[in-house]
Design a protein around this ligand. Structure first.
Ligand code: CS2
Length: 487
């Protein structure tokens, strides 16, 4: 039986393993992160790991808000874990950037101690769309049970918003230096959205705190990107084979990785350029392109692909009609919504994204992307639809992923299956109630105010296009041939 990865066994790692190029014990915690899921560990922690090679201030204190799973897997490994890059001859790297994983519910005091520490300069978040407690319009949902709880019991919060507001209050009270709070989730305008939510929460606890946050704390926009398939058996085996050690929860991602952060003074605390992180004032352009092209195409591949019997993105991409639908969607229907002033070469971006989707080394499950559709579609797809309608552009193709999402739920509901979505129960009830009549079924879903803005739902061209696509997709995911051709 191979040894388990830890500080003690690290020296036994086989030569093909890249190890932390710094002394972990000599590093200080300067970074607090909420949500140590696979994406954080494959992305931001990788950049921290590289920063630590020449700057010992950036060890991470990670905070798990809900589940103890990652903590329990990594604590016996001294929070070391492997990151495998997916590609020909890609390396396996042991990441040493995590100093600890705190369990928010069990040890809120320890979380606050990190948040108010003078050494902490950076607070990042990957808590997924639903972690922000927002209402459909993107503002803080004050009626959310976690928000209500956190306003009543501020020193034992449940939500990340409650933790941030109380942590920043303590920083303010202790006269600490300003810091940057960086949302690394796929939200439109992620920085300003988080900022508004934290300020709205803080205002309910007193105007002075809200004003201080407004003045002193930076909430930069960011664009984060790297395709990160969930950990699977194949990865566990590969890690053991390459390193000669076992790791209870390694992570994997494609080799491509990108992080763009808004260039604000509070962000300029590390030598970001040295590790390939871009600081710019054009983040909005990158963010919109990524959400509207890559993420929207992903959701299309997921819902249409699952209806057509596929399991992974790479597999869905060798299905000719589906691949053509996605490419025309990106080039013909989404690109017109991306006037970017020439910051990005959109044609080249689409080409590169399609290439990433085709990568056969990346076994990215469509099922994983299909999670949380009620949270994702309003961010990655509906704004493009709204703008297309307002500009008088066609919406037939843009309506396909919406129809496929509905159809996917209907089929799950009929099969007695489960959904991973904060609205799962409501969606499954709606799905079970569908009769197969496109107009009727679609209109019931479009009435979901938490998902569809009222004006969009009421637009006859939109409802008509979704119903038409739904009708076609009901036959084993059939795509109308004209949608697979340019024009
Ligand atoms: C995906 C994203 O699961 C999903 O919804 O679209 O996680 C995607 O892989 C990342 O945003 C890529 O950076």
């Amino acid at each position: 039986m191979p040894l388990r990865l830890s500080e003690q066994t690290l020296d036994h790692a086989q030569p093909g393993t890249a190890r932390p190029g710094y002394v972990r014990a000599a590093c200080g915690v300067g970074w607090v992160h909420f949500g140590p899921g696979a994406f954080h560990r494959a992305h931001q922690a990788y950049y921290a790991d590289r920063l630590l090679e020449h700057d010992p201030r950036w060890a991470i204190s990670a905070v798990a808000l809900h589940s103890a799973g990652v903590h329990d897997a990594l604590a016996p490994q001294d929070y070391l874990y492997c990151l495998a890059e997916l590609g020909p001859e890609a390396p396996v790297r042991v990441i040493g950037a995590l100093r600890e994983i705190l369990l928010a519910a069990r040890e809120p005091g320890a979380v606050f101690a990190r948040l108010e520490s003078p050494h902490t300069r950076l607070i990042t978040l990957t808590v997924t769309e639903k972690g922000y407690c927002l209402e459909a319009g993107g503002r803080l949902d004050v009626s959310h049970p976690d928000v209500q709880h956190d306003l009543a019991v501020p020193h034992r919060p449940r939500s990340v918003i409650g933790f941030l507001a109380e942590g920043l209050r303590r920083r303010h009270a202790g006269g600490q230096s300003p810091c940057a709070v960086v949302s690394c989730d796929n939200l439109a305008e992620n920085g300003p959205t988080l900022r508004a939510a934290v300020i709205a929460f803080a205002a309910r606890r007193g105007g002075e705190l809200a004003r201080w946050i407004e003045r002193e704390v930076a909430f930069p926009r960011t664009m984060v990107d790297s395709i990160t398939p969930a950990t699977d058996e194949r990865l566990l085996e590969r890690v053991e084979q390459v390193t000669g050690l076992t790791d209870a929860w390694p992570v994997q991602r494609e080799m491509f990785t990108q992080w763009v952060i808004e260039d604000l003074p509070q962000v300029r605390v590390a030598d970001w350029a040295s590790v390939g992180v871009q600081l710019t004032n054009d983040v909005g352009v990158y963010e919109r392109a990524k959400l509207r092209l890559l993420n929207a195409a992903h959701s299309t591949l997921a819902y249409v692909g699952l209806l057509r019997g596929h399991t992974t993105v790479a597999e869905a991409m060798i299905d000719g009609p589906l691949a053509r639908l996605v490419e025309h969607l990106m080039r013909g229907d989404i690109t017109p919504s991306l006037a970017d002033g020439g910051v990005i070469d959109i044609g080249a971006y689409i080409e590169a994204t399609l290439g990433r989707f085709r990568n056969p080394s990346v076994h990215h499950q469509l099922e994983q992307i299909a999670w949380d559709g009620s949270q994702k579609l309003p961010v990655r797809l509906l704004p493009t639809l709204t703008e297309a309608l307002a500009a008088g552009r066609p919406v037939e193709r843009l309506a396909v992923p919406v129809a496929a999402w509905i159809r996917f739920i209907v089929e799950r509901a009929r099969a007695g299956g489960r959904l991973t979505d904060p609205l799962a129960e409501q969606l499954l009830v709606l799905g079970r109630d569908c009769t197969g009549d496109p107009r009727r079924d679609v209109s019931r879903f479009l009435a979901l105010q938490a998902v569809f803005p009222a004006r969009l739902a009421a637009a006859p061209a939109f409802a008509g296009a979704v119903s038409e696509a739904y009708r076609a997709l009901s036959a084993a995911g059939a795509i109308p041939p004209r949608l697979c051709a340019a024009g």
